[in-house]
Write a protein that binds this ligand. Structure first.
Ligand code: SF4
Length: 294
């Protein structure tokens, strides 16, 4: 059987992650005696974190672990409390917060300063949402649970923003409910198009493939979301993090194999996975063509 591997056009690093990785590697290359840290993983990809570790970039979990040297802030940003604490120390900050995440925070601040109740469509425990809340919680009431939209006593005006990785569908559901409770609703669509494009493509790929391989960290929320969406369309979806995992996949019956990847998956890993799938098909004396999704 001649097999086809179809790769999603936008698989892998998004703009914000590419920028963060470039800043992290540039900082590591220029490293002198000083120590370099990232607060949490710079991206949810164990191989990239390992490469940076080999170049002397240490990951810490708490700002209190960093007293001097250079700190690289990751794409999701950090809280106001963390930023205030860091600014009092002898530290160089490399801010790799994604500009789209910063934009969402700016809109939240505008709404809060103008007296809007702030509705944030997102996960309260996600670092991106935590960061936004920390900047506005002293200025206005913040609602992050859909069921609480109608519970506030302030009924005049509400502003809505979304965590950058939310779906359009969820944002629209929130806006609809907000309109039934507030006299005025101002909406900033802060969903990042990189996320929605990748999700749409993966759904499409899952529909036209016999099996789908999605590459990305198991702790990467956007990769897990791709797996979830693809699984609704296709009964054979595999989530892998490392190239060695290809050996455990059952792709024998699949004529068309779709390959997609989360926003924090490097190109070299995608290429290695494709090569490994191709090699295993050829070893079984099969033929395979690799194509990009059209
Ligand atoms: S998914 Fe969008 S918002 Fe998130 S880091 Fe990438 S470009 Fe930025």
């Amino acid at each position: 059987m001649k097999k086809k591997i179809v790769v999603a056009r936008n698989a892998g690093f998004c703009f914000g992650v590419k920028r963060a990785i470039r800043l992290a590697f540039e900082t590591a290359e220029k490293r002198g005696e000083e120590e370099i840290f990232t607060l949490g993983q710079i991206i949810h990809n164990p191989q990239v974190v390992e490469q940076l570790k080999e170049m002397g970039v240490r990951m810490v979990c708490d700002v209190d672990e960093v007293r001097c040297g250079t700190l690289i802030i990751r794409t999701h940003g950090i809280t106001k409390g963390e930023m205030d604490a860091l600014s009092e120390r002898d530290l160089k900050i490399v801010d790799a917060t994604c500009p789209f995440v910063k934009k969402a925070k700016e809109h939240a601040l505008t709404l809060a300063r103008e007296g809007y109740v702030l509705l944030i469509v997102g996960d309260r425990e996600h670092p991106e949402v935590k960061s936004i809340i920390s900047y506005v919680e002293d200025l206005t009431e913040v609602i992050t649970e859909f069921d609480r939209i109608g519970s506030t006593k302030r009924k005049r005006k509400a502003g809505v923003i979304a965590q950058t990785t939310q779906s359009q569908e969820t944002l629209e559901k929130w806006v609809k409910k907000a309109l039934s409770h507030f006299q005025e609703v101002r909406v900033y669509n802060t969903i990042c198009s990189a996320t929605s494009v990748r999700q749409r493509e993966t759904v499409d790929l899952a529909r036209r493939s016999d099996a789908v391989v999605i590459i990305g960290g198991r702790n990467s929320a956007n990769t897990r979301r791709l797996v979830e969406l693809a699984s609704r369309e296709n009964g054979r979806v595999y989530h892998i993090e490392r190239v060695e995992e290809v050996d455990s996949l059952d792709l024998s019956e699949a004529e068309t194999i779709g390959v997609s990847a989360g926003a924090s998956t490097p190109d070299w890993l995608i290429e290695e996975v494709i090569r490994k799938i191709r090699d295993s098909v050829e070893k079984g004396r099969g033929e395979v063509v690799v194509d990009t999704m059209r």
